[in-house]
Design a protein around this ligand. Structure first.
Ligand code: 5CA
Ligand code: ZN
Length: 420
């Protein structure tokens, strides 16, 4: 699947700093010490609606991470999927009386536009489930051939193939640290079927759903038959195919840690024998609106495209998002938009002066803020301080440099994705 155009990243003089990143699994801030090529996996959208600010915040975490890594001289192998076939997509298509393929295509096109407008770096591999069906089915067949699966059939249909977690060397709380009751509750809430009769273990993930009348299906090959993949295996199959395990960083919103990433990791262990799926698990805290998590199922959404249609500069949206640290939950309000609008205007004013105070320290401070767990709010405060100083009426201008505004502009562009 084509992704979206890559923004140009200007070169920024000065030296980079080692990135320290919070890893949810070990609950610690750790120096990220990847090889020359960094392998990241970001869970992509389920395309049945347009991009809301929660999605955008999540993809900006990966974007900031990738920008810092590029600044540190790394190359990237970033993978992102598109869940272009799954229950929520089929349910929405049915509700709206549209073809599920068309619904997905339109939502993906809009997502690309939103990511382009927000200057999010595109992944090296952007893959839909439908186009990756052979890879995913082959991954499921490997688990079947190893005797690690079983099937359930009942009045709802089947045969549905599950992974027998009891045979896998790992615990379903390894990453999240959630206790058994929480795991059960979240499984039921987030697409699982812990109460289904015939399952050996309540959390056993669905790998392949046997074809049902009226539902799209694909030939899974010998031992599987017609059907479609369960949710978690799509990400495991793509990550192992394109990155291998362990890869460097798993990205997503905080609602994905359980069951999605725990199941992805256990499936990977069953396939590779390797306990570590990702070296570091990085999550965007959930963005709320009107008192609740912004979610497609609840409908309390602020769409990036709606803001764009209303004439909001995408760089203002980006500034609004970067003003929040990715690990702190926040709620969208119109005041945040007003504040970001004023801030961007002030930065533009400062960047358009002819000469300004030396900005070498400003650039170093932006780098230092991002190197500390992608602290974008701190990085923006560094820019504010430079703008305040530059625009101060009564300051001494004798040491001003003509190149200073351009240097800050380049650093903001390359490191923060703010092209003003
Ligand atoms: N297709 C799956 C991942 S394989 C999926 O979760 N799709 S999604 O469209 O529901 O979400 C896409 C990404 O946005 C996920 O990482 C999800 O955790 C994140 N996300 C969704 N809602 C919010 C929110 N309110 N705040 C922060 N991140 C969110
Ligand atoms: Zn995923």
């Amino acid at each position: 699947m084509i992704s979206w155009p890559a923004p140009f990243i200007p070169a920024v003089p000065g030296s980079a700093t080692t990135l320290r990143l919070y890893d949810l699994r070990t609950d610690s801030l750790r120096p990220l010490e990847p090889g020359p090529e960094v392998r990241t996996y970001a869970c992509g959208v389920t395309p049945y609606d347009s991009t809301h600010l929660g999605h955008a915040a999540t993809y900006l975490v990966g974007d900031l991470l990738h920008r810092v890594l590029l600044d540190n001289g790394h190359t990237l192998n970033a993978v992102q999927n598109v869940t272009d076939i799954d229950d929520p997509l089929l349910e929405r298509a049915e509700r709206d009386g549209v073809q599920w393929e068309q619904l997905a295509e339109d939502a993906i096109a809009l997502f690309r536009e939103d990511m382009t407008a927000l200057a999010v770096l595109p992944p090296q591999h952007y893959l839909g489930v439908v186009e990756s069906m052979d890879t995913i089915a082959a991954t499921v067949r490997t688990l079947v051939e190893r005797g690690l699966t079983y099937t359930v059939s009942d009045a709802t249909g089947g045969p549905d193939t599950y992974l027998d977690l009891a045979q896998v060397d790992g615990e379903p709380g390894d990453i999240s640290g959630f206790d058994a009751d929480t795991r059960l509750a979240l499984s039921a809430e987030r697409g699982g079927d812990p109460d289904r009769r015939g399952k050996r273990g309540p959390l056993d993930p669905l790998l392949w759903r046997g074809a049902r009348d009226g539902e799209p299906s694909w030939d899974g090959g010998e031992g599987l038959g017609p059907g479609r993949p369960g949710w978690h295996i799509e990400c495991t199959a793509l990550a192992l195919d394109l990155l291998g395990a362990p890869f460097d960083v798993q990205l997503g919103g905080l609602d994905l840690v359980f069951p999605h990433h725990e199941m992805s990791a256990l499936q990977s262990t069953a396939l590779t024998g390797e306990r570590t799926y990702a070296e570091c698990y990085v999550y965007q805290a959930l963005v709320a609106y009107e008192g609740e998590k912004m979610s497609k199922s609840k409908g309390n959404l602020v769409f990036v495209s709606a803001l764009r249609d209303a004439g909001v500069d995408p760089m203002v949206v980006r500034a609004l998002l970067l003003a929040q640290h990715y690990r702190t939950a926040w709620e969208y309000t119109d005041d945040l938009l007003s504040a970001a609008t004023a801030r961007v205007a002030r930065w533009r004013e400062a960047l358009s002066v002819n000469a300004a105070p030396d900005a070498t320290g400003t650039v170093a401070d932006i780098r230092a803020a991002l190197a500390h767990d992608l602290d974008s709010p701190a990085a923006l405060r560094v820019v504010d301080a430079w703008a305040d100083l530059t625009l101060a009426e009564d300051r001494d201008r004798s040491a001003d440099l003509i190149e200073a505004p351009g240097l800050v502009a380049r650093a903001m562009d390359a490191l923060l994705g703010l092209r003003l």
